[in-house]
Every structure is written in C-alpha cells, then in structure tokens.
Design a protein around this ligand. Structure first.
Ligand SMILES: [Zn+2]
Length: 366
C-alpha cells in the first residue's frame, strides 16, 4: 500500500513546493497525508463533480493543478462552490492536493514543457528564470574524507548546475582546533592544539533542500563539530521560473501554425493579434495567465507568445513586435492532467490513477 504522503513526496521531488509563487497555496489542501491511497483522480480544478467522481471511482485523493483554497476561508457553510467542494470531500474522507505554480515553474516535467512537447518545440529554456533559489555550502573536512562527504551531498541533490552534475570546488589548507571540555575528537587530544590538513569544499544546491543537505553533511562528516557556512545566492536558476521559450524544427507559416496550435493543443478558439511574421520559428509559451511574461517573450525574440487570460488592452502591447495567441486558461493547461498521470504511472503501479472525466472549464464558446 502507498500513503498519500508517499505519493505527494514523490511529486514534490519533481515540483518542489519551495518553487511555488508567494500567492499560491500548493500542497495538501484537504485531508490526512497518512491515509492509505485507494486511487487518484487528476484534474485541473477540484469541484463538487470531481469529488463525486472520486467517490464513484473509490478514489480517496484528488490531485488538482489549481488549489481549491487560495485566500483562506472564514466560514464553511456551503455557500460557495469552494465550501461545497471541501465539505463534500471531508465528509467522504477524500483528500485534495494541489500542484500549481511549483509545477509551472520547473522546466523538466513542467506544465510548459508539456505544451512545448505537444507543439514540437526544441531547445527549450525558461523564459523568466527565478533568482535567489540557490544556496552555497562551504565546509571544512579532513582531506581523506572529502570525497565521502561530497558524494553524500551529491546524492542528496547538491552540486547540480544546469545540465552538469557533481559540481564542486575544493582547496586545501591547514585547519586548527583545540578540543576542550567534554569533546570527543575524531582527530587530536583534549586540550592540545591540533593542526589537520583539510579541504575547504564549496557546492551549491536548491534552497528548499537545506534541511536535507545539512542532515547529510552532519551524517557523512567525520567530525563531532562540523565547521560550515551557508550563503544565499542571488544567482538565477535556469531550470526554475515562469514560461518557456523554444524553437520549431523549421520556420512554419504563421497562419498554418495557428491551425496547428488548435489541433495539437485541442483548442476551440484562439484570440490573437496581427501575424507579425509570415513564418514563425521562436515560440514562447506559458500555461494559464501569462500576460506578465509578454515583455520577456519579446526580449527573447519570440515570434509568437501562446498563453491565456490577456485583457483587451494588453493585446495592444504586442506592438507589432510579437503575435499574442490567447488560447484560453483551461485549454492551455489541460495537458497538465496527462502530464501528472504519466509522472505517477511511471513510478507507482499499486493504485488506480484516473484522468477526470469532468470538464471543469467554466467557460463555454458559442
Ligand atoms: Zn491555471
């Protein structure tokens, strides 16, 4: 059997909660994470109908892209769709888990990578990489123990820079100390100055891993007292951030590409601005509300920006420099359901995983 926590812990290795935006509320919104999983329903929006579907299919976990609770609840008396959904879920012991902007903000296995894959984009990178998500760890260790400690830290997720892993830097020097009081030194004797040839080793890691990295450092390091320091870095992390930009394998006639968007992304209606080029090569995408990324899309030389939730006046900001294609919020994110389905099915096989059959898009087209 698998617990809800075992599944969500796995999802959080792919989309760490620390990567969600400050306004977000990803994570276990309703339920008990120690419960044994009976089955999973995946959806974009958890609604009463999705909870009913979970009951009918004997699933006790709903994984939704959008958190059902964003801004807190002051009453729970069933007056809004949010309250009704939560009451129904709690009454039926159904947990609701949200994986939202943390899944938007990762490059690998993220919402936008799935859109890019559908469109056949290559050379994909984050459109607006996040800064200040990385830490630097510096520590001092006897030369002979350096590899053991570093390897333990690599295994815990440190030392990854872009496509390079096992990245670190070390210098050697002489460490000094005098064990005192009740110290039980690995090297040296009480009340005697000791000099040891040590390595000073530095490596970076994502900030959200800090507790794990420190735990591994303490466990693998031979000293009773480990000398180390942590620094928060201002660096950007090119694997984390909003939106994505990629390239089509060949320049594609712009009007034909719009037709392809409709077909490949299963979109009924596109609201778009002037086709600024006869053929498109560079394509920027952002699932969901992405108008805040228009400047970055233009600055990065995108021919077209595919996203959703543009307001009327924001379409003017295309300014003949780019074509905006607003494909609808639900439509731009609908493939996230299959993305999550594949991620879960690759790892787990002892519970049923269902794509919701409920169309939760509140918007209809005539
Ligand atoms: Zn969304």
């Amino acid at each position: 059997m698998t617990t809800i926590k075992e599944l969500t812990d796995y999802l959080e290795t792919i989309a760490p909660p620390g990567y969600q935006e400050v306004y977000d509320n990803s994570g276990l919104v309703v339920g008990n994470h120690d419960a044994q999983l009976t089955g999973v329903i995946i959806c974009l929006d958890s609604t009463e109908d999705v909870v009913r579907e979970a009951i009918a299919k004997k699933c006790n976990l709903i994984i939704a892209h959008h958190p059902i609770i964003f801004n807190g609840l002051k009453k729970l008396n069933g007056k809004t769709y949010i309250e009704k959904t939560i009451i129904l879920a709690i009454k039926n012991d159904i947990a609701i888990y949200a994986i939202h902007t943390n899944l938007d903000n990762v490059l690998e296995n993220g919402v936008n990578q799935k859109i890019a894959e559908k469109l056949g984009l290559g050379n994909c990178r984050i459109l607006l990489p996040k800064a200040e998500t990385l830490m630097n760890l510096t520590f001092f260790v006897p030369i002979n123990s350096g590899d053991d400690v570093v390897n333990a830290l690599y295994a815990a997720g440190a030392g990854q820079i872009g496509n390079y892993k096992n990245c670190s830097f070390r210098t050697t020097g002489t460490g000094t100390f005098t064990p005192t009081g009740s110290a039980n030194p690995t090297i040296g004797e009480l009340n005697k100055v000791e000099q040891v040839e040590e390595s000073r080793i530095e490596l970076i890691f994502p900030e959200y891993l800090t507790p794990i990295i420190l735990k591994e450092l303490m466990a693998a390091h031979p000293y009773e007292e480990v000398s180390y320091f942590l620094q928060k870095l201002e660096n950007i992390d090119n694997n984390v951030g909003a939106g994505l930009i990629g390239e089509l394998p060949n320049p594609t006639a712009s009007d034909f590409f719009l037709e392809q968007i409709k077909e490949k992304l299963n979109v009924e209606c596109i609201r778009y601005t002037k086709l600024v080029k006869s053929a498109f090569t560079k394509v920027a995408v952002c699932g969901g509300a992405g108008s805040f990324l228009l400047k970055q899309a233009i600055a990065n030389g995108a021919d077209i920006f595919i996203s959703a939730d543009f307001k009327y006046h924001e379409f003017f900001d295309a300014n003949d420099k780019i074509t905006i294609a607003d494909i609808g919020h639900f439509e731009s994110e609908q493939h996230t359901i299959k993305l999550l389905f594949d991620i879960i099915n690759k790892k787990f096989s002892n519970f049923a995983v269902h794509l919701t059959q409920v169309v939760t898009n509140p918007v209809k087209y005539l």
